[in-house]
Design a protein around this ligand. Structure first.
Ligand code: ZN
Length: 65
């Protein structure tokens, strides 16, 4: 099974994730949201599955709490 890794940065809060791609034998439709601010990081509709591991926390733009 081929595994591809890449980095992605959240455009909203700047958090950095390591993306791991796993090839599937079926078509999958899913998405990943930022754990820090909830922004959409990646979505796909193909025979792959992505998982994101947070490597560096970002700063959410609105700290109202
Ligand atoms: Zn974010």
């Amino acid at each position: 099974m081929a595994i591809t890794e890449s980095l992605i940065t959240c455009s909203t809060c700047g958090a950095t994730y390591r993306l791991t791609m796993t090839r599937l034998t079926f078509r999958d439709k899913d998405s990943i949201n930022c754990e820090v601010c909830g922004a959409l990081l990646k979505n796909w509709n193909e025979a792959k599955s992505w998982s994101a591991t947070l490597t560096m926390r970002g700063t959410p733009p609105n700290k109202t709490k």
